[in-house]
Structures are given as C-alpha cells and as structure tokens.
Design a protein. Structure first.
Length: 482
C-alpha cells in the first residue's frame, strides 16, 4: 500500500534503486566522481557495489573507504553489512582494527569469504598510504585536506582497482571543484573522470520522495508533502540561500566573494566526537578564558563566544546564542559566564552602549573592553580571525549555523580604496557569531598587562592634543602622553 502524497513515482516502484543510483552503480570507470545533494542515498548506493565486488569469488582487491569522521566511517560499514546480509553473503564484522600502530590509525573492517576486506576509516589521509586496491572517498570535499587525500590515495590504484569520490561541494576554491569538477567540464577531462551530478530537484523528479515516504513512519510530517512542498521544506531548514544551493543543488559557494573560504573554516572545526563544550558548573580553576559578546535584541542574535587559551591555540568552549529576550533575562545567562573570563570584549554600538556600561560596572574596566564598531575597527577585528585559521591556531564547532555566519562576511573595497566588511541580514542573524568570535580573539590578544611609556609631543602638535587623548571607546587608541 502506497504511503504519502508524492506525485512522482519511480519508473519501477519495486526496484531497489532509483535511476540516478542505478546509473552510478553500473558505472565501472576506473575514476568516477559524484557531486550530489545531501541525503539522497548515494553513500548507501555506493556501499552496494563495494560489497558485491569485494565478496565475489576470486576478488582481487580490498576496498579502502575514507569518510569525513569516525561516525561516518561506522555508518558506511553498517550499510555494507546490511547489503551483505540482504544478499546472504558470508561476511564477518571484525570491528575496529588497528592497521597502523605507529600512527595510531584504525579502521572498521568487514571480512568476506573471498578473503577480501572492506576497511572503513575516518579522514586521516595517511591511512591511505601504502595500501593497494579500490578507493572510496566519501564526502571528499569535507576532508580537511582533499588535495593531500587525493595525492596519497591515487597511487594505490597502480596495480589495479578503481577510485570513487562521493561528495557535496565545499566552496568554489575547494580541490574537488577546482581540480576534479571544472577540469572535466572546462578543460577536456585530463584525468579521465566519469562525473555524475544529482541535485535535490533531479532526485525528486526521479521518484525520491516516493521512496522516502515508503521508508518513513506513517505519522512523519513528510508524508503530507508533494515534491514541491518537500523542496520548500528542505530549503526553509537551511541556514541561508548559499547553504541550500551548495548542500542540495550542487552549486559551490563563491569563495571569491566571501572573506573566509570553506576549506579555511573546515580546517579549524572540531571532529564530531570531540568533547569541546565547557561545563560552567565544573572546576574551571586555572583556565584562561576569553570572551566576545555581540549584542542583539529582536532581529539579530546576542552571541557570547567563549575561548580557552591552551599553549598558542584558542579552543572554543561555548557559543551561547540568545534571541528575543529582554536585557535582564539575557544578563541572567551571560553574567555568570563573563564572571569567569580573564577579559571580555563586547560590541559597544547601538544597544551595546548600555550593555558595555553595565558590564564595566559589574566586572571592572580591566576585564571588560568596550569596542565601538566602525569600518576601521571591523577590519582590525576581522583579519585576526582569518590569521588564526590560516595558522591552525583556532578550533571551532562544526555547526551549519556557525559556518553560514562565518561565510556571510564579505570584504569589499570602496571607490576611495577603503576596506569595508559587510554581511546580509537573514533569519540566521547578521553575522553575529562571526563578530562574537572576532571579539573573543581580540580579547585573548589584548589580555596582557597594560604598557605605559612617555612619548614627547612637539609644540606644533599641541593643537591636536585633545584628539589624541580622546576617551572614545575603540581599538588602536592614539597615544601622545602618559
């Protein structure tokens, strides 16, 4: 009995695979790549032929699977086990096996009666070194260094086997786009890659929603949707338009317009199993904590970003986001955190003026710095964020909303040659998380003891003295006296 309100049925509703999945499975090219929408069953479809060729009598090659993180590695092997069980193939789950004791690299292993194995590993490119056989690089563009992963994995095909790349995009400057997708389309395909592409709309047009509704519980909200409603449902849940186009429509985000490239952001993100969050009720003695506070009320978020300094690296320990709350209610949440900080920098613009004055009274002027946002100040705040990321001296959470905020900031050069940092306002905020992070980094960088020195002032400069000793809040105060 058919469930749901899907209007488009697959060509064969009883078939295991949709047409785009079947086309991918039947492609036996030595090198093939799939730029895809999220959650349309491609990883599941990739596991099927991996099991088929590894379990075959006389199979020559093991399969080496590289996933974005440990959880994805386990999920891929679960898909492989499901296919082995469905087709009654003799396979033994060996669990997690150490394959390189020196580098502490392990893999989840499925052993077949053919003598061959599927090794499913997390993203460490070094795990691919020296291995012969087939390669499956799942969510390839999301790896910290796709170029290095390709460089190490590709030589493993020298004596045979094939390599499959399955991924959504991660920015126009990512290796997947610049060295795999664009050369196929624009430069005669020098690597001889068989390139597949499936957007959410294309999947829906081939019966994806019907398949999804048959698998979901009868009371799932998606059951009441047709294809157009489901498309809007997915789009409305994305952090912003750029995220939707990249994650579901195979259009890489334009790194030329954004201040921070996706690869730069991804290289600083925690792994899915990292325990990065700080418990405010725990023992925090001795921790060097620095915080940045960006103020909002109705349209924008209030965001407190908490960093811990360990060695020369800043680790995010909390990102507190508040919306549509009165100032007293926000203070009840934020003040206990700020009481732990060695220094907090906060946005002293608009609504922030009252916040800054109250915070200075509460915690003292040496623990709170009020920063008035001007074009020059934003420039001085923004570049250290990029610098910390380039130097790999910053760790941040892996969250779509944070990624969208970090991507939202653009750098523009005005006609007069000035740099201006801007961000469009959306339901996700107004790059509030970016500026909270920037303020926190500034707090950590300006946490040392104040430096005092005498600078002589020429008689000719006396007329400028009032401007030089101005008490205006901001970064880079001018100095001309004690």
């Amino acid at each position: 009995m058919k469930k749901g309100n899907a209007r488009i049925l697959p060509p064969d509703p009883q078939a295991l695979f949709l047409p785009f999945q079947e086309k991918w499975i039947k492609d036996r090219s030595r090198l093939k790549a799939m730029e895809k929408s999220r959650q349309i069953g491609i990883s599941w479809s990739t596991a099927y032929p991996a099991v088929e060729r590894t379990a075959a009598v006389g199979a020559k090659w093991d399969q080496w699977v590289s996933s974005r993180d440990d959880i994805q590695a386990r999920l891929f092997l679960e898909d492989c086990k499901m296919w082995a069980k469905m087709f009654d193939l003799a396979a033994q789950d060996l669990g997690e096996v150490v394959i390189d004791p020196e580098r502490k690299i392990s893999a989840y292993v499925l052993h077949f009666a053919s003598g061959r194995r599927i090794y499913s590993m997390s993203s460490n490119p070094d795990a691919q070194a020296g291995k012969r056989g087939g390669r499956i690089l799942d969510e390839f563009a999301l790896h910290n260094d796709p170029r290095k992963l390709w460089s190490i994995a590709y030589p493993g095909l020298t004596w045979g086997g094939a390599m499959e790349i399955v991924t959504t995009h991660r920015g126009s400057a990512n290796f997947f786009n610049t060295d795999i997708v664009r050369p196929v389309r624009e430069h005669g395909n020098p690597k001889k890659i068989s390139l597949h592409r499936v957007t959410l709309q294309e999947a829906l047009d081939q019966g994806f929603l019907y398949k999804l509704q048959q698998a979901l519980p009868e009371d799932a909200e998606q059951q009441a949707m047709d294809e157009a409603a489901y498309f809007d449902f997915i789009k409305s849940g994305c952090a912003d338009e750029e995220s939707f186009q990249q994650e579901y429509m195979c259009i890489p985000a334009d790194d030329a317009s954004a201040f921070l490239e996706y690869d730069l952001i991804a290289g600083c993100e925690y792994g899915s199993q990292d325990n990065w969050q700080l418990d405010i009720t725990g023992d925090l003695k001795g921790k060097q904590l620095f915080m940045g506070l960006d103020i909002g009320r109705r349209k924008d978020l209030t965001v407190l970003w908490v960093l811990e300094l360990l060695g020369d690296t800043l680790y995010t320990r909390a990102v507190i986001e508040l919306r549509n709350m009165s100032k007293p209610d926000q203070e009840k949440i934020l003040w206990p955190w700020m009481a732990l900080a060695g220094r907090t920098c906060l946005d002293y613009t608009g609504l922030g003026i009252g916040w800054g004055d109250d915070a200075v009274k509460q915690f003292g002027q040496y623990r709170v710095e009020c920063v008035t946002f001007t074009g020059r100040v934003k420039e001085e705040l923004a570049y250290p964020v990029r610098g910390k990321m380039e130097d790999k001296k910053l760790r941040i959470p892996y969250k779509p909303e944070i990624r969208a905020d970090l991507r939202a900031v653009t750098k523009e050069t005005t006609a007069s040659g000035n740099i201006r940092f801007t961000a469009e306002r959306s339901e996700n905020g107004h790059a509030d998380r970016f500026w909270a992070l920037a303020l926190a980094i500034h707090a950590a960088g300006n946490s040392g003891p104040a430096q005092y020195a005498y600078h002589g002032i020429k008689k000719a400069d006396y007329t400028d003295l009032p401007r030089q000793i101005s008490t205006t809040h901001g970064i880079g105060r001018q100095k001309g006296c004690w």
